[in-house]
Write a protein that binds this ligand. Structure first.
Ligand SMILES: [Zn+2]
Length: 69
């Protein structure tokens, strides 16, 4: 529920985003630290490597379906 409410993963009270993830113009602006417990928010070290594998699989699926079409 804390993930859906965009709360801190440690204390589940501080906000992860400065303006909320659903703000029309400032969405996705993360806070650098938790306002309640002070946890430093940072991306996992292998975040972009995992995203690369998922992006590759999606692109292969699109290209194969276009080739068959
Ligand atoms: Zn916190």
């Amino acid at each position: 529920m804390a993930m859906l409410a965009q709360k801190c993963p440690r204390c589940r009270k501080g906000n992860m985003f400065a303006h909320g993830a659903f703000h029309p113009t400032k969405f996705g602006t993360p806070n650098t630290t938790c306002s309640h417990c002070g946890l430093y928010f940072e991306i996992e070290p292998s975040f972009f490597t995992g995203a690369m594998y998922i992006s590759y699989a999606i692109n292969v699926a699109i290209m194969v379906s276009l080739f068959i079409f």
